[in-house]
Ligand binder design. Structure first.
Ligand code: NM2
Ligand code: OGA
Ligand code: ZN
Length: 376
C-alpha cells in the first residue's frame, strides 16, 4: 500500500517533502537519502553492509527529480546522475522529521508481584515463540524468572545458550554463590545483601546476570528485585535536584577482594544519554569507593541524594520477591534491575551458581526471532 499521496522537491533539491493522506508532510534531506540508498552499489545484497564511505557522496549533492511510483519513491541525484528507488513504508518507518519515539521499556514496582514474567526451561528450549516472549519480557521489564531447569552444576550455561554468550570475569565463567570460609566477596556468606547491581566497579559492567538455584533448604535466602529505572523515575519526579546530583557527578566503585585483582570505575550512579533518558543505574553499597569527584560545596547534597536513592531502593513498595527452588533462576538486566537476598542461616544448604552475559546477544536473538534485523 502506498503511504504517501504527493511528493515535492524543497529548497532547490536539498530535500523532499512527502505528503500523507491527512496532509502531514514528512521531509528528508538529499544527503540522508543518498546515504540510505538501498541499491546494490550502495549496500551489499548479501550481508546488508554499506559498500560506500561518506566521502563517496559528492558534497554538492542535490535531488533533481522526484516522483511517486506505486509503493516506491523514485529519486534522481545530481551530480552523480544516480537513480534510486525507496520503499514508501520503509521511509515512513525511518522518518526523522517530527519523529515521535515511544520507549520499549516498562518500569514496574511491587505491584508486579502477581504477574512475574516466567519461562519454563523446556518450553524455552523447544519453542521459539516461548523464547521470544521470554526475551521480550526481559527487554521490556528488565528481568524474567526461569523454572523447570535441572538442579545441576553448570546447568545455568544451558540458559545462556538459549540467547547468547557468557561474559567471563575474574569470578570465572560462572561462580559459586554459597557460604565459604575466607570469602573473597560478601556474596559468598550468609549475610543479607541490599539490593544492588553487580560489578559496578567494572567498566563496562556485565549487562546481564543469571542467578541459578541448585539447592535452597535454608531459612531465609529469599530473592528480591527492584527496578532501578523506576527508582530513578521516582527520584526525578519527587526530588529533581537529587536526581541531577546522581546523574551529573561520577561516583567511584572498587573491588580488591582477591590477590591480583584491582577493579575500579568512575561512573555516575544514574547514567543518562544525550536525550536525558536513564540508560544505566549503578548501586552497590559494598563496592562504593571514596567519592572524590563531587565539589566540596555539593558533597552534603550529594550524600542526601544518595541516601534518598537508597531509601527508595529499600522501600518494600518497589520490590518483588520470591524464593528460588532448585532448577529455578532469574536473569536480570544488570544495568537496570537491582537484586537482593535476605540473610540465611540454620540447617540446610544454599547453593546458587551465577554467571554474567551481555545484552547485545540477547537483543540480537530477540530481534531476529521478531524477524526484524537492526537495519530493518
Ligand atoms: N559475585 C557473586 O558485584 C559484586 O561484587 C556482587 C559478585 C562475587 C560474582 C557479587
Ligand atoms: C550475587 C548475589 C544473591 C543471592 O551473587 O551477586 O547478589 O541470592 N547473590 O545469593
Ligand atoms: Zn549480586
Amino acid at each position: 500500500m502506498p503511504v504517501f499521496t504527493a511528493i515535492e522537491i524543497l529548497d532547490g533539491g536539498e530535500a523532499i517533502a512527502l505528503s500523507r493522506a491527512d496532509g502531514e508532510k514528512v521531509r528528508f534531506h538529499d544527503i540522508w537519502l543518498r546515504d540510505n540508498a538501498p541499491d546494490p552499489e550502495t549496500r551489499s545484497t548479501g550481508n546488508g553492509q554499506k559498500l560506500i564511505k561518506l566521502a563517496d557522496i559528492p558534497e554538492n549533492i542535490s535531488i533533481r527529480e522526484a516522483s511517486l511510483e506505486g509503493e516506491q519513491v523514485m529519486l534522481r541525484f545530481s551530480p552523480e546522475d544516480k537513480q534510486v528507488s525507496f520503499d514508501q513504508q520503509w521511509l515512513l518507518k525511518h522518518r526523522y522529521d517530527n519523529r515521535k519515539s515511544a520507549s520499549r521499556l516498562q518500569t514496574w514496582d511491587a505491584s508486579l508481584q502477581d504477574t512475574v514474567p516466567t519461562g519454563h526451561f523446556q518450553d524455552l528450549a523447544l519453542h521459539s515463540d516461548a523464547l521470544q516472549k521470554w526475551l521480550h519480557d526481559i527487554d521490556r521489564l528488565g528481568f524474567a524468572k526461569m523454572t523447570g531447569g535441572v538442579a545441576q552444576s553448570h546447568a545455568l550455561f544451558d540458559v545462556i545458550d538459549l540467547f547468547g554468550y557468557v561474559r567471563e570475569t575474574n569470578y570465572g565463567r560462572c561462580f559459586e554463590v554459597r557460604t565459604e570460609v575466607d570469602p573473597t566477596n560478601l556474596a559468598y556468606t550468609g549475610l543479607g545483601l541490599q539490593a544492588h547491581t553487580d560489578n559496578p566497579y567494572r567498566d563496562p559492567v556485565p549487562t546481564l546476570q543469571l542467578l541459578y538455584c541448585i539447592e535452597n533448604t535454608v531459612e531465609g535466602g529469599d530473592s528480591l528485585l527492584v527496578d532501578g529505572f523506576r527508582v530513578a523515575e521516582r527520584m526525578r519526579a519527587e526530588k529533581p535536584d537529587y536526581f541531577s546530583m546522581l546523574s551529573a557527578f561520577n561516583a567511584r566503585f572498587c573491588y580488591e577482594g582477591e590477590a591480583g585483582v584491582s577493579l575500579r570505575s568512575e561512573r555516575p550512579m544514574i547514567e543518562l544519554n544525550p536525550n536525558g533518558d536513564v540508560i544505566a543505574v549503578r548501586f552497590n553499597n559494598r563496592s562504593c569507593a571514596s567519592l572524590v569527584d563531587i565539589p566540596y560545596e555539593k558533597m552534603q547534597a550529594y550524600y542526601a541524594a544518595y541516601r534518598y536513592f537508597a531509601a527508595l531502593v529499600d522501600d518494600p513498595e518497589m520490590a518483588i520477591s520470591f524464593k528460588l527452588a532448585p532448577g529455578e533462576g532469574f536473569l536480570v538486566d544488570n544495568t537496570r534491575i537491582l537484586h537482593a537476598r535476605t540473610a540465611y542461616s540454620g540447617t540446610g544448604n544454599r547453593w546458587f551458581q551465577g554467571c554474567y552475559a551481555d545484552k547485545d546477544g540477547l537483543l540480537s536473538t530477540l530481534a531476529s526471532l521478531e524477524n526484524k534485523g537492526i537495519a530493518g
